[in-house]
Design a protein around this ligand. Structure first.
Ligand SMILES: *Cc1c(COP(=O)(O)O)cnc(C)c1O
Length: 371
């Protein structure tokens, strides 16, 4: 049975009667830039995430870039971030004028290791970009006090974790609500995906929100009056319409992903060689990815390819070893948990539209390989 890694066509078949009319309304109005849907989406994402303000922008990468730009980094200013993440996290630090400082992750969660952050803090450190990888939030209860003690900003890269939550001191908090800012991506393959690029910055800081709103519109507060140089980084009205139509489904989609993940983990944990993803009891995981650690990964990939089971390695190389960051002077072996993960991880299909038969085919293919 063929099981694609992601099946957006199956999703679209279920929701097209909601999305197409929403788009056609925006089209009929012909207000493609900053139309009313943008503000509506901002309000709904702010509510979902438990923040005062959400500022829509052109991508998740831009949401990070804008969040970093408001820090006014000077050359040599350092921003600490995990080496095991999508490239954009570190690319945005570089493009905002900062120096990325890569640290290792926790073996159990794939998320940034708070002790490693603490060890990397120097007098030049200005901020921490914590990534909520694969849909599960990082250990914010340890990261926030560290940042407080050293006067650092915290940016939550929640591109993979919209609607996820973590329990701190007995209270649940949504991804994006704990840092100075939190950032989301609406890239089509994310849990809430548009029909193109899109992103959002969340914050409860009024002054910061105002500056972010300016920065995405060329730095202008009033038309043709520019207090600072900003960007052209808006979310298209049509994208906002798509996302507004899809947002009501997000909670049930996340629940369905958790259900698929639970079924996989129950079956795969019978096999001593396979290490299924651990869910921290203090996390509500949204399973953007279902990521295993396995031995003989390359052979497993070939086996899955033959069985037409979708799979992918997120991520095959630590960012500290990327050619573009060679000048930062990291060596192989320096971030061992990241490097181990890049050699062992494999992600399996975990989207809500998977049929029971497809889920079983995924399980059979993996367990069949390990015998
Ligand atoms: C997808 C992603 C981004 C970037 O989002 P885009 O919308 O593609 O620019 C940033 N960080 C992480 C962890 C991501 O997964």
């Amino acid at each position: 049975m063929r099981v694609p890694l992601l099946d957006l066509v199956a999703q679209h078949e279920q929701i097209q009667d909601h999305v197409i009319p929403a788009i056609m309304q925006a089209v009929a109005r012909q207000s493609f830039i900053m139309g009313p849907e943008v503000g509506q989406l901002e309000q709904q994402i702010a509510e979902l995430s438990g923040v005062k303000h959400a500022i829509a922008c052109a991508s998740g990468t831009d949401a990070l870039l804008l969040s970093l730009k408001v820090l006014d980094l000077a050359p040599g200013d350092e921003v600490i971030t995990p080496a095991f993440t999508f490239f954009a996290t570190a690319g945005a630090i570089h493009n905002a004028g900062g120096t990325p400082v890569f640290v290792d992750i926790e073996r159990s969660s794939f998320n940034v290791c708070p002790a490693a952050i603490e060890a990397a803090i120097t007098p030049r450190t200005r901020a921490i970009v914590a990534v909520h990888l694969f849909g599960q939030m990082a250990a914010m209860e340890q990261i926030l006090p560290l940042a407080d003690r050293h006067g650092l900003a915290v940016i939550e890269d929640a591109a993979q974790a919209i609607g996820a939550a973590r329990r701190l001191d007995g209270t649940w908090h949504r991804a994006g609500s704990l840092g100075t800012t939190g950032t989301f991506s609406f890239f089509p393959s994310k849990n809430l995906g548009g029909w193109g690029d899109g992103g959002m910055v969340a914050t409860s800081d009024d002054a910061l929100a105002e500056r972010l709103r300016r920065l995405r519109l060329h730095g202008g507060g009033r038309e043709y009056h520019h207090d600072e140089v900003g960007y052209n980084s808006r979310l298209d009205t049509v994208q906002a319409a798509v996302l507004l139509a899809k947002l009501p489904f997000l909670a049930e989609w996340s629940a369905a992903r958790r259900q698929v993940a639970g079924r996989y983990t129950e079956a795969l944990s019978q096999h001593p060689e396979i290490c299924p993803p651990l869910v921290d009891a203090d996390n509500e995981h949204i399973f953007h990815q279902y990521t295993l650690r396995v031995p003989r990964r390359d052979a497993l990939q070939a086996h899955l390819r033959d069985a037409t089971i979708g799979h992918k390695v997120y991520y095959p190389m630590g960012l500290h070893l990327q050619p573009c960051f060679q000048h930062l002077g990291y060596a192989r072996g320096q971030l061992p948990v990241t490097e181990e993960a890049t050699a062992e991880v494999i992600s399996l299909p975990v989207y809500p539209e998977l049929s029971a038969e497809q889920q079983q085919a995924v399980i059979d293919a993996v367990t069949g390989f390990y015998g």
